[in-house]
Design a binder for this molecule. Structure first.
Ligand SMILES: NC(=O)C1=CN([C@@H]2O[C@H](COP(=O)(O)OP(=O)(O)OC[C@H]3O[C@@H](n4cnc5c(N)ncnc54)[C@H](O)[C@@H]3O)[C@@H](O)[C@H]2O)C=CC1
Ligand SMILES: O=CCc1c[nH]c2ccccc12
Length: 296
């Protein structure tokens, strides 16, 4: 079994660069299924598990972790607090810990910046996330779906710089200068939906190049998509119900794309824009003060 390399965060903690995610909507709520998927992922070396309060499946992940028998310190568990208006983060963290059956979280993320009601609300939620670190219940803290203006809002009052910003990232959503802005502030970047160009956003301008590179390196196009993110030192979060596919993904640590190939995919990708439904889901559930969407 290939062991997954790690990346050092700005707080000194190490994060495995390839994660198994539980955000696929049709997993939500079915604990037995989730527990089986968790076991499968852990058995295949995926020790970084990406969860969230909103996915409604932390209990299933917790059951899978317990059943795996893998020592806690060998796992890296990320979960996310919704970040809704006036949310009590400490209570949300305790609920997540209880469901997961854990006494600490490796990485606790503020899921979205736009549901906190206002910039001041966002600063307050980040202050509460910072406070979780002091309790020892959380090793690292970070954010998700933050654009530059959201980061600038929390920088005004933050005592701790987020360790990571988890964003949708693939050739059709490269976010302009956002990755370099994060890097400038020593914030690592994580990619969700890294395979959008070969799943929901197909057909598109990178198709031919993905196919050529898959042939050249003797891997699948999905593995090219994951490798493209990893080449940019981006923590990559994927998922699959298929054990065969998951096993194949560890091929990404056995080959490298050249800098020219990485650049070619980036340039081709800029010819198309695609954004998945993640942000829309969260907007519908918790509102978005930036676009004026309110929820009852
Ligand atoms: N922070 C956030 O707001 C969000 C975080 N996430 C996290 O990221 C994780 C991964 O997100 P995804 O969008 O699922 O990632 P992804 O882009 O890696 O897609 C994974 C899906 O692609 C399928 N797939 C892979 N290769 C394929 C191929 N050749 N043909 C057809 N289908 C193929 C897999 O079976 C799986 O269903 C989630 O589980 C969740 O943990 C996801 C959305 C939002
Ligand atoms: O994480 C972001 C979007 C997402 C993926 N799965 C679900 C399930 C329920 C709410 C939001 C999401």
């Amino acid at each position: 079994m290939t062991s997954i390399p790690t990346l050092k965060l700005n707080d000194g903690n190490e994060i495995p660069v390839l994660a198994y995610g539980f955000g696929t909507a049709n997993f939500a709520g079915k604990d037995d299924d989730i527990s089986t998927k968790t076991l499968m992922a852990i058995k295949n070396g995926y020790h970084h598990l990406d969860c969230a309060e909103v996915y409604g499946n932390e209990s299933g992940v917790g059951a899978g972790i317990k059943a795996s028998g893998v020592p806690r310190e060998k796992l890296f568990v990320t979960t996310k607090v919704n970040g809704s208006k006036n949310q009590d983060v400490s209570a949300a963290l305790d609920a997540s810990l209880k469901k997961l059956g854990l006494d600490y979280i490796d990485l606790y993320l503020l899921h979205v910046p736009f549901s906190a009601g206002s910039p001041e609300g966002l600063q307050d939620i980040w202050r509460q996330v910072e406070a979780t670190k002091a309790t020892g219940k959380v090793k690292s803290i970070g954010v998700s779906n933050f654009e530059q203006d959201d980061l600038e809002i929390i920088f005004k009052t933050a005592k701790i710089t987020p360790a990571i910003n988890q964003i949708e990232y693939h050739p059709y959503l490269q976010h302009g200068d956002l990755v370099s802005f994060n890097r400038k502030h020593n914030i690592a970047v994580a990619a969700y939906s890294p395979l959008a160009a070969i799943t929901a956003a197909r057909p598109g301008p990178v198709d031919e190049t993905y196919a050529e590179l898959a042939k050249k390196y003797g891997v699948t196009e999905s593995e090219i998509g994951l490798r493209w993110c990893l080449e940019q030192d981006i923590v990559t979060i994927t998922t699959s119900s298929s054990e065969k596919r998951l096993q194949g993904y560890t091929n990404v640590f056995k080959f490298q794309l050249t800098p020219e190939e990485v650049k070619k995919i980036a340039e081709l990708g800029k010819q198309k824009h695609y954004q998945g439904v993640g942000v829309a889901f969260m907007t519908n559930m918790f509102g978005n003060y930036k676009t004026g969407v309110e929820v009852a």
